[in-house]
Design a protein around this ligand. Structure first.
Ligand code: NAD
Length: 347
């Protein structure tokens, strides 16, 4: 027979242990911008917890990591309660999971060969999610995602980012539905650090004997979440904007049109996006993004596939932590960065 092995932990014990680990690692990652494990390892633990909870739904508690939007709100910043919650995105770790999601979504929205459901594919920028509020078309506030419900007020820091329009451009305002934007509009996107700036920042850190950042994402988060915005001002941060908290006042009905509206307003919108009407087209976009990943001057960790129609999005809604109308196709992890960091630490 098989060699005796250590008695297996009960699912309850393992779930509690996984929650403890995930919370510890998430704190290091989100609050301290200093991850202790790779994203792949973190995602593996989260998946293990999800698998346990799927078989044992009685173990799902409201404070389980699977029910949360990861993130922390530092006391260094004034808290901002998001008018509309900011969500995470569910992952597809391979093409089979992506196809399952596409098939399920096609089915739910009644896709037919004559009227196929359309999806907007965008690069998944590996930065830090922020919400930008404009009142009467003027930039007034920026907040981090935080735990999804409450974020951190980083307005002074965001004001130092050069590519953020201080006022919405007229071309965008012209495309607002009757009644105008009302009091305010909140757009959402990613703050990131270009790869070349990350390399320079770490070289400077090295020369000054400071700890280097683990990757551009943590460098961006650490640079934005500074008590002194003068420090942020000396860091090279850029943005890609891709979402809005409430699309109702806009005279656009799809994500694809919305991306153009953002450009019209003066936002930086990533040019690498496609509107797809078949799984084959979505696959092609993902393959192409993966093939050109190294050519980009910013990190991407996958592709976000979104139901294009806002009506379709509304019909599908949200789970506790993520929209049902979007999926993140995750790329295999880039291991070389860990190696790079080890080399740095040695010298
Ligand atoms: P996520 O970052 O994987 O996905 C959701 C986010 O993607 C959104 O909130 C948004 O900010 C961003 N995004 C980028 N491009 C987008 C686009 N075009 N459209 C829409 N959204 C876009 O999910 P998460 O919950 O923020 O964090 C999970 C990630 O953080 C995982 O990759 C995980 O490995 C990592 N993490 C790592 C550690 C660690 O210790 N290494 C700890 C916690 C989390």
């Amino acid at each position: 027979g098989a060699a005796p092995s250590a008695p297996a932990k009960s699912p309850r014990t393992r779930a509690a242990e996984l929650n403890r680990l995930l919370n510890t690692y998430a704190y290091q990652y989100y609050a301290l911008d200093d991850p202790q494990v790779t994203d792949a390892e973190f995602d593996r633990l989260l998946r293990e917890l999800q698998a346990i909870e799927e078989v044992h739904p009685e173990l799902v508690t409201p404070d389980s990591y699977t029910q949360r939007v990861g993130g922390y709100v530092s006391e260094q910043f004034e808290p901002v309660r998001h008018a509309q919650r900011m969500y995470s995105i569910d992952d597809a770790m391979n093409l089979e999971e992506l196809d399952e999601w596409l098939a399920r979504t096609d089915e739910a929205l009644g896709s037919t060969p004559e009227h196929p459901v359309a999806y907007t594919c965008e690069l998944k920028i590996d930065g830090l999610g922020v919400a930008l509020t404009y009142r009467d078309a003027q930039f007034v506030r920026a907040a981090t995602r935080g735990d999804g419900t409450t974020g951190e007020n980083v307005t002074a820091n965001v004001l130092t980012i050069g590519d953020i329009p201080h006022a919405l451009a007229r071309a965008g305002l012209a495309r607002v539905a009757d009644g105008g934007l009302g009091q305010s509009v909140e757009v959402r996107g990613e703050v990131y650090m270009p790869k070349h700036s990350f390399v320079r920042l770490n070289e400077d850190a090295d020369a000054a004997g400071r700890e280097p950042f683990a990757n551009p994402r943590n460098a961006a988060a650490g640079s934005l979440r500074q008590k002194d915005p003068k420090v942020t001002a000396h860091r090279d941060l850029e943005t890609f904007i891709y979402a809005v908290a409430d699309e109702a006042p806009l005279a656009v009905t799809t994500q694809w049109q919305f991306l153009q509206w953002l450009r019209d307003c003066g936002f930086n919108v990533n040019p690498n996006a496609a509107r797809c009407t078949s799984a084959r087209e979505v696959h092609e976009f993902c393959a192409n993004a993966l093939a050109h990943r190294e050519d980009l001057d910013y990190d991407i960790d996958g592709v976000v596939v979104k139901v294009d129609s806002f009506d379709g999005q509304a019909a599908l809604g949200f789970t506790a932590r993520a929209p049902r109308w979007a999926i993140a196709f995750k790329f295999p992890p880039e291991e070389k960065r860990t190696v790079l960091r080890e080399i740095r630490v040695q010298v």
